[in-house]
Write a protein that binds this ligand. Sequence first.
Ligand code: ZN
Ligand code: ZN
Length: 332
Amino acid sequence: MRKPTRRTETGRGERVLPGVWRLRLPLPWAAVPHCNAWALARGDGIALVDCGMALPGSLRDLERALEQVGFALEDVRLLVCTHAHVDHCGQAAAVQERSGCELWIHPRHEHLTAALDDREAALARRIEIARESGVPEAPLQEWAEGRRGQGTGMSGPLAIARDLLPGVVVESDLGDWHVYETPGHAPSHVVLHQPERRLLLSGDHVLGRISLYFDHGWTPDPVGEFLGSLDVVDALDVRLTLSGHGRPFTDLHGHVEGSRALVRERLDGVRAALHERGEATAFELLPPVYGDKLAPETAAWLLTKMLCYVEHLERAGSVRRLDGEPMRWSPA
Ligand SMILES: [Zn+2]
Ligand SMILES: [Zn+2]
């Protein structure tokens, strides 16, 4: 997993549009140094979309970002999370404690909450999958030790008042935001669309700097689901996208196309590597497919994605899984 780095930054708030503020919050990950929460004007307070990860000092970061745009935690009237990853919902309990607001999130959050309910079991399962995927024992044990030493990134359990599903409307002074399910990055992922202002809160589904991630093991085909979810947002009328990381961007269609192209590139890479080698484990496919992106701190993250890619290709009938352990794939 991504290695923790020392926090040198604090939260920052800035107005993006009248009634919409970006709250940029530091993260302890070298590859992903910030996340965004979004404040939407709502009556005498704000609706908050996402809230950052719980870390020592992180609530103060959120407070500082809010203060910079004229609000306090007590002004949060509703907290909505785009998906159940800790950098998006980690501080939910702390925000609720201060503001008394409700939390709305998609009901398929077990990819986070089941792991929190039994961390040792969740870690054991990941170790088992990594072993089956051909990861050698020494780096695997080192990774597991590092994981054991990390916090959960959560300020408390999720206390959910309402399932964030299509048909649910998030009210703001700019108008209503409509929910679209966009699984793939995570089974619980949704985006919020404001049709009159043509705005999209895209979470991690479509990012300004294209990068992909899929939760593995909770749904049959995260890569296929992600591609379907790209079609969902591509059909929306959007002039400005407010994403979970990075700056707002205008060319949603271009970013959707870029995301599709990157998926294709990775799938082509997996197929080419399997053709060249005849057969390989998911772990053995990492160097040919990811090249110098592969590093000790990214390996677990890339392996998760690789499993999603090979399983997608297996479903499509272009690769097949061979008998025996560790899991090996060959061209079909
Ligand atoms: Zn995420
Ligand atoms: Zn994120």
